[in-house]
Design a protein around this ligand. Structure first.
Ligand SMILES: N[C@@H](CCC(=O)N[C@@H](CS)C(=O)NCC(=O)O)C(=O)O
Length: 186
């Protein structure tokens, strides 16, 4: 199967983690969705995955597919699923702000971008309040939060100063060789 995406995307990173842990046969096709003349996905976003006739257009369906195809579990606990969703909402807002800023928009001048900034700050506080996993026992909610927070640090999109649990989560994740191997390029 083929995963399409960039090495900087946190959503792609989570898929790569699941694929590397799966033992399945897969390859990555690097794709810059912003410049591609043939995006091959209706979302105009990465990641997407092709496995024979099957095409998946979102990291959640991809991670679930890979986990289940390799006999592993995707998220079953409802609180974990909610935390996973919170991390997605955080990333969605933070990435939109990042891309809007690149177009030259002043994020502080627009009522909706200010709301997005508020959403990012408020979700970080909520995620920081969650219990920490121990090394080697990450589920997909932990991975989603960790790739999201790591992306925020990589792109300087938000600070986790004062969020000690999130700092600790990244420390625990840094003991995971696959998490480390999938880090965005310096
Ligand atoms: N819900 C999607 C979000 C994917 C997403 O936002 N990808 C970003 C890269 S990190 C993207 O391709 N953005 C391009 C754009 O918005 O134009 C998923 O989980 O796969």
């Amino acid at each position: 199967m083929k995963l399409f995406g960039s090495f900087t995307s946190p959503f792609v990173r989570h898929c790569r983690i699941a694929l590397m842990q799966s033992g399945l046969d897969w390859e990555m096709a690097e794709l810059d969705i912003h410049t591609s003349k043939d995006p091959r996905t209706p979302t105009l976003r990465v990641p997407f995955l092709e496995d024979g006739a099957l095409r998946l257009t979102d990291s959640t369906s991809i991670v679930k597919y890979v986990r289940e195809k390799s006999g592993q579990a995707f998220i079953s606990d409802i609180r974990d699923l909610d935390r996973y969703c919170l991390a997605n909402t955080l990333l969605d807002s933070a990435i939109n702000l990042f891309l809007l800023e690149r177009t030259g928009l002043d994020l502080n001048e627009n009522v909706y971008t200010r709301r997005q900034q508020k959403r990012v700050a408020s979700i970080l506080g909520e995620l920081n309040a969650a219990p920490l996993p121990v090394a080697g026992e990450f589920n997909d909610a932990h991975y989603r939060v960790a790739v999201g927070v790591a992306w925020g640090q990589f792109r300087n999109r938000f600070s986790i100063d004062g969020h000690e649990n999130l700092q600790r989560l990244l420390e625990v994740a840094s003991e995971d060789p696959i998490f480390v191997a999938t880090a965005p390029p310096a």
